[in-house]
Design a protein around this ligand. Structure first.
Ligand code: NAD
Length: 404
């Protein structure tokens, strides 16, 4: 019987590439199915003495280029088709950056906000017990994702050591620096996007480039600081509660201080309070969605006035919106490339663990800059050669690397 793809998004994306004659039908068939889907039931003993069974998954999309690589998320909406889609993206991202990895992803279907710390630790350890056979430094290397932290990675590493009798830090990445993590991992995603932007705007004075950033969390706030320090004119930033705008440029360090003091971004004294939707519609050179997926849809795409969008978030521009933006001449630097700094420094962490090395933050950032700039230029050249969008070019490069 013909097997139906688990991931509808992957099928659609690959179908689009096939219709553009960028990949063959066989390539589509091969990649729309993950290599392996493993499901487990985790028996969690709650603090009140009751037993709860939690669904858990590990999906290895591809191990052709090396061990599967990808995070583990703890979220009540985790399901196999979502995990398969995320694992597929990891295969492409690692291939685009030419890392010696495949792609994987995992998850546990529960809301950690409703559980105690000891229960969460138990879930982490149960996860490792359930999947230890298929995980390993040279088989499949997990990392943090939504709601999973360096501390959780530490528990998983410890449990793996208990099961195998050998303490191998390279079993997992995203550990704290004290537990074998890498310098520069915390800033890696923003740093990767920043290095791409330095290449993209190399022929312009940073002061002449106006920027609006949606999302002032780990990725968005660090990127805002890096751009501001470099002289870019960051005119607006937002979080889930609203945005602040100053046409002459915001003092990002002051915004950061204001926010960390528990104040609302929209109440920043040296800026005008605007809505999140107004931020997306600002007349700026660069728009940075760094919050959630599906931020720009067919509903608001025509309002976008920016000439360049860099997708720091995963999937912030829907497929329908991309067509609209394309017609408006907006250039999109795709998530596959834009937020690949994180997995690249995860690879550095794994490499340092395997080779018992310790790199400084400067070394990490220097190596990251070289790899991310190379991948950006390669993607740009492929887009020009095939007369396609950067996203399609990035997919084509990654897929050819996976299949050859
Ligand atoms: P985070 O939780 O630290 O920050 C998210 C920010 O977005 C917060 O400031 C939040 O208030 C804001 N936000 C939420 N809804 C919003 C809305 N409607 N309008 C404006 N702001 C809103 O998350 P993060 O780690 O910075 O990740 C941001 C995005 O980048 C996510 O899509 C994530 O998948 C992607 N990403 C992050 C990493 C990483 O290493 N941090 C790696 C790859 C991809």
């Amino acid at each position: 019987m013909k097997s139906e793809p688990l991931c509808i998004d992957c099928e659609k994306r690959l179908g689009h590439l096939e219709s553009q004659e960028l990949i063959s039908h066989e390539a589509k068939q091969l990649l729309e199915h993950p290599e392996r889907v493993i499901q487990a039931e985790l028996p969690l003993s709650r603090d009140d003495g009751t037993l709860e069974m939690l669904k858990a998954f590990r999906i290895q999309h591809s191990t052709k280029r090396g061990p599967a690589k990808g995070g583990i998320r703890f979220h009540q909406e985790v399901d196999p088709s979502e995990v398969a889609a995320l694992a597929f993206v990891m295969s492409l991202k690692t291939a685009l950056l030419d890392l010696p990895y495949g792609g994987g992803k995992g998850g546990v279907q529960f809301n950690p906000k409703e559980y105690s710390k000891t229960e969460i630790e138990q879930v982490a350890r149960l996860y490792m017990r359930a999947f230890s056979d298929v995980l390993g430094p040279h088989k499949d290397v997990p990392a943090p994702d939504v709601n999973t932290t360096p501390e959780i990675m530490g528990w998983m590493r410890d449990e793996y050591a208990k099961i195998t009798g050998a303490d191998e830090p390279a079993i997992i990445t995203g550990k704290s620096v004290a537990e074998g993590g890498s310098e520069g991992r915390g800033t890696a995603t923003a740093m990767g996007a920043y290095f791409i932007l330095k290449e993209r705007f190399a022929d312009q004075e940073p002061e002449s480039v106006s920027v609006a950033i949606q999302g002032f969390g780990n990725a968005g706030s660090i990127l805002a600081k890096l751009l501001h320090k470099d002289g870019f004119m960051v005119v607006a930033v937002s979080d889930s509660r609203g945005a602040t705008y100053n046409k002459a440029g915001l003092d990002i360090d002051a915004v950061s201080k204001h926010k960390s003091g528990g104040n609302k971004i929209s109440e920043f004294t040296d800026g005008e309070s605007i809505s999140n939707q107004e931020l997306l519609a600002l007349d700026v050179d660069l728009l940075v969605p760094a919050a959630l997926g599906d931020a720009i849809t067919t509903q608001n795409a025509t309002d976008v006035k920016a000439s360049v969008i860099i997708e720091v978030a995963n999937g912030p521009v829907t497929t329908g919106a991309e067509q609209v933006l394309d017609d408006q001449g907006v250039e999109i630097i795709p998530d596959l490339l834009a937020n690949a700094g994180g997995v690249t420094v995860s690879y550095f962490e794994w490499f340092q663990n395997v080779h018992e090395e310790k790199w400084t933050e400067d070394e990490v950032n220097q190596k990251l800059q070289g790899m991310i700039a190379d991948s950006y230029h390669l993607t740009k050249q492929a887009a020009q050669k095939h007369k396609v969008r950067l996203r399609d070019a990035a997919y084509k490069i990654a897929i050819e690397r996976i299949l050859n």
